[in-house]
Design a protein around this ligand. Structure first.
Ligand code: IMP
Ligand code: MG
Length: 195
């Protein structure tokens, strides 16, 4: 698996440091006087990509919270260009009146957040905020508002720390790019479009 890596974009220690900073910022924004003391917070990671980020984030947040789950797929199989998000499963629990923090791994086309935020608001959430670990340097990503952003990265396909290619590489501790042959081998749409 490690020989498939092209280069390390963000090493694990930098991720850990930034996750702690984000958690501190979010915690400050979610305690008095910003929200009432009895405020009801639900953290919603978008599966599967946000699983590892969210697990680390919430363990740095000494806040009473519930967790709701949403499963969305945008890059089925070996595609490295978004085919548009589809909601696969929903085990959110009741979010009516609750302050929801949506957590995603990466802001790319922005379509996932654009689809999910209205859905949460329509379900009666009191507020909906968004937190992404990564934001790609592309107009569509910058056009979508995220309340908390970990890192701005180049517009490249990345894996690791939860992010996948064909559902592999999620367990890499760093955020990395893959060697071209790995993506080429399975006919990456991204490479076809950028070569
Ligand atoms: P968006 O809806 O295009 O903003 O993309 C959201 C989803 O696409 C993310 O939650 C990821 O699961 C996936 N995605 C986008 N870019 C990448 C990437 O570079 N590597 C792996 N997954 C990605
Ligand atoms: Mg995802």
């Amino acid at each position: 698996m490690f020989c498939d890596i092209d280069r390390v974009l963000i090493p694990a220690d930098r991720i850990a440091q930034r996750v702690r900073e984000l958690a501190g910022q979010i915690t400050r924004d979610h305690v008095e006087p910003n929200l009432p003391a009895d405020s009801q917070i639900t953290i919603v990671p978008i599966l599967t990509g946000a699983m590892i980020f969210c697990a680390d984030l919430i363990r740095e947040m000494p806040v009473r919270m519930k967790i709701g789950l949403l499963s969305v797929s945008s890059y089925p199989g070996t595609s490295t260009a978004s085919t548009g998000p589809t909601l696969q499963a929903n085990s959110l629990g009741e979010i009516r009146g609750r302050h929801v923090l949506l957590v995603d791994d990466i802001l790319d086309s922005g379509e996932t957040i654009k689809m999910i935020v209205p859905l949460l608001k329509d379900s009666g959430a009191a507020t909906v905020k968004t937190c992404v670990l990564l934001r790609k340097d592309r107009p569509s990503a910058r056009a979508v508002k995220a309340d908390y952003i970990g890192f701005d990265i180049p517009d490249e396909f990345v894996v690791g720390y939860g992010l996948d290619y064909d559902n592999y590489y999620r367990n890499l501790p760093d955020i990395v790019t893959l060697r071209r042959e790995i993506l080429d081998r399975t006919g990456s749409e991204l490479l076809k479009s950028t070569v």
